[in-house]
Design a protein around this ligand. Structure first.
Ligand SMILES: [Fe+2]
Length: 355
């Protein structure tokens, strides 16, 4: 199961990127699923563009429909393609809310001027670094970057303590990473780029590739390879560890949060969240939904369903992983991703990792 990252192509502004992205957009939009949840009865509606898997959002949206009578039209597809669509519809917005699995794409849209602040109770409940400076997007659940390992093959004490240990020759051939087009990896590398500069990020990627890792199409491949013992460990989002724990077989896996020691930067934490589109045709209803989603019990449900890390420290957290305030995060507001995210995929490819 892959709970996001269907498109993966970062939005680009140069000619090469625009051509590629436009082609991707046409292909993916053709496959957009439109679901009218159908429990709303009041004649009012909300339109949502969602880059998340339907099963992670429909239970919460259906309850909202039942309670309010507002009909929800959910269009599901690639977050990147929806980002193009929202920017292209800026003069006549067709949707109210954008659900995404990545802060970078939401902040990119904010900088494009196509979002507006979410002025509802509850948004201030979300830790500041997990929402836009003007609250035009907010995280609803969190996703830490972790190393997942096979306990039969490697001890926790032998595991890398830092992300940057992945370049060490002693780990050659022992771990897997995803292809560059995976949106979680793009945002992770955008964070490394923000912290260490363009050359620092490229040096890291070159060092990782020198260790000749299998480069998979997604994280699901990595968790299965680790579980089956085909590699000792892999770089994934935290919920893949929980998904592997849930398997009947090949589930003797452990988790390491990298860069937790004194002087280390902490691990990168991204969010899945919601953005309010500027000029939303059903603005008042959109605010009602956002206020609903930001209630602690709904935030809890979001992360329970997706197996992500609850965004509120006081929430109940799933087995195995750590609560959000129990590990060290990279000290970088996610909003900073928006400035480097756009051409990070190009920079990654320049460093030699295939899309
Ligand atoms: Fe994922």
């Amino acid at each position: 199961m892959n709970n996001d990252e269907r498109g993966g192509r970062a939005v680009g502004s140069n000619a090469k990127m625009s051509r590629v992205a436009a082609g991707v957009a046409v292909l993916v939009l053709a496959a957009v699923a439109v679901v009218v949840l159908g429990r709303g009865t009041g004649g009012e509606e909300i339109v949502i563009y969602s880059g998340r898997r339907e099963q992670f959002v429909t239970p919460v949206l259906e309850d909202f429909e039942r309670q309010t009578g507002i009909r929800v039209r959910l269009l599901s597809g690639s977050a990147t393609s929806f980002a193009h669509r929202i920017a292209g519809e800026r003069r006549r917005p067709q949707a109210d809310i954008f659900l995404a699995n990545d802060a970078g794409v939401m902040e990119y849209l904010r900088r494009q001027g196509v979002l507006q602040p979410i002025g509802v109770r509850g948004v201030d409940r979300i830790p500041e670094k997990f929402r836009a400076g003007d609250n035009s997007w907010t995280g609803l659940s969190a996703r830490a970057r972790v190393l997942m390992y096979n306990k039969d093959l490697i001890g926790e004490d032998e595991m890398p303590r830092s992300l940057f240990d992945l370049t060490a020759p002693r780990y050659s051939g022992r771990f897997a990473i995803t292809r560059a087009g995976n949106s979680s990896l793009v945002s992770h590398m955008a964070a490394v780029r923000a912290a260490r500069g363009d050359s620092g990020m490229k040096d890291f990627i070159r060092g990782v590739l020198a260790n000749d890792p299998p480069v998979t199409s997604g994280h699901t491949d990595i968790r299965r390879m680790v579980g089956a013992g085909e590699v000792e460990f892999g770089l994934v989002n935290c919920y893949y560890f929980r998904l592997q724990l849930d398997e009947d077989h090949n589930n003797n896996v452990g988790i390491v949060y990298p860069d937790q020691g004194d002087g280390q930067p902490g691990t990168f934490v991204n969010v899945a969240g919601a953005a309010l589109i500027d000029g939303a045709p059903n603005h008042d209803n959109a605010l009602k939904l956002l206020e609903y989603l930001l209630q602690p019990q709904q935030l809890q449900r979001f992360s329970d369903i997706s197996r992500e890390t609850p965004i509120l420290p006081e929430a109940e957290h799933p087995e195995g992983g750590k609560p959000i305030d129990a590990f060290r995060w990279m000290d970088m507001p996610l909003a900073e991703l928006g400035g480097v995210w756009e051409d990070t995929l190009d920079a990654m490819e320049e460093a030699g990792i295939a899309e």
